[in-house]
Write a protein that binds this ligand. Structure first.
Ligand code: SAH
Length: 342
């Protein structure tokens, strides 16, 4: 697909098709402005016919807006598969949360994304399309960029789709494209250790976020199958290597599940585990997913948990919840749509 291509690759593509190189620039402009093929007016029809098969078909199939300004998009691809992207407005800019796979095969017990397993990986162009379409929906384009921050925290495990995700990161940070700063990008993983080492060597200084959700392996294994493959010890070693190589602070996600990982003892264990590491802990009360049954803590309990962590010397905050009225948590809206379609 042409959205997988860099500007140079598109210019070469034009030449291969027997076209002048500037046609490559025009196609690049159209893609990065989020245009569909039939909205392109500066390229003759006979040329558009030549590229039609390769031109991205991703489009916004549905959009929901929350009271707090959060927007949730359902993006549909050429084969009819759908993913969710979420736009969150902060004082400092607009953050988009993108999906990296259709479904997920990690099987975390609290997460809605994996309820139907993994359907397929997204290509780099399909991950990019989510940003470009939402950027356009906000009135932006290649020049007047509306999106300032990106989090790879939608459906899917980014490091389970490594090559496409890294190519996407190169496209989105490229000076020819939206030129998003590496510092404004976070990648969240449940902890695929070999890929964390690999990522540290890519020269991409993005923020690494680890979905930890438990202070020891035994507890982690109860909710996260990946914990049977890699220990917390191995994950934290990989994080330390990432910090050494990138000089970036790692973020730790800890979702509070009532009666599972929210005790004082869990807080103490977490403190001993993370003390001295260059990291920040994000505490998130679990979003209730009815198919999963697990319950979250109250926000007040989350603040108490943070207080314990801070007293123990960790840097921690409660993550703001946004878009709860529009099925905000990972994979929730796609599931509602899939269930409704049955
Ligand atoms: N697979 C990656 C990317 C998903 S990011 C990862 O595991 O990090 C989404 C984040 O939301 C992860 O930290 C995930 O564990 C968390 N999450 C999933 N379901 C949730 C729920 N119901 N409530 C709160 N957080 C949830």
């Amino acid at each position: 697909m042409l959205s997988d291509f860099t500007l140079t690759e598109l210019r070469n593509f034009a030449v291969e098709k027997g076209l002048p190189t500037f046609r490559g620039n025009q196609i690049f402009d159209a893609i990065y402005n989020g245009k569909s093929l039939n909205e392109i007016t500066n390229i003759p029809k006979n040329i558009l016919e030549k590229i039609e098969g390769d031109y991205p078909k991703a489009h916004i199939a549905k959009k929901l807006e929350s009271k707090d300004g959060t927007k949730k998009y359902i993006i549909e691809f050429a084969d009819g598969e759908i993913v969710e992207s979420v736009l969150m407005k902060y004082k400092y800019g607009n953050t988009i949360c993108v999906s990296t796979q259709v479904g997920c095969r990690m099987g975390c017990k609290f997460c809605a994304s994996g309820l139907h397993g993994l359907k397929r990986n997204l290509t780099s162009g399909e991950i990019l399309s989510q940003v470009l379409l939402v950027n356009r929906d906000l009135g932006g384009g290649l020049k007047e960029r509306q999106i300032t921050n990106i989090v790879l925290m939608g459906s899917g495990e980014p490091l389970d789709n490594y090559d496409n995700v890294v190519k996407f990161l190169r496209l989105i940070t490229s000076a020819d494209g939206l030129n998003i700063s590496e510092r404004n990008i976070s990648l969240s993983t449940c902890g695929l250790v070999p890929e964390i080492y690999k990522l540290a060597d890519e020269g991409l200084n993005i923020t690494l976020t680890i979905s930890l959700h438990a202070p020891n392996d035994k507890l982690r294994q109860k909710t996260m199958p990946i914990a049977n493959r890699y220990s917390i010890d191995e994950i934290l070693k990989a994080c330390k290597n990432y910090i050494d190589k990138t000089k970036r602070r790692v973020a730790i996600e800890y979702t509070l599940i009532k009666g599972v990982n929210d005790s004082k003892a869990s807080a103490s264990e977490l403190i001993s585990l993370l003390k001295g590491m260059l990291c920040h802990v994000n505490i998130i009360p679990l979003n209730y997913v009815k198919e999963r049954g697990l319950k979250g803590t109250t926000r007040a309990e989350a603040y108490q948990f943070v207080e314990l962590l801070e007293k123990g010397g960790l840097s921690a905050t409660v993550r703001r919840t946004m878009g709860e009225d529009i099925a905000g948590a990972c994979g929730q809206l796609r599931n509602e749509i899939l269930a409704g379609a049955k």
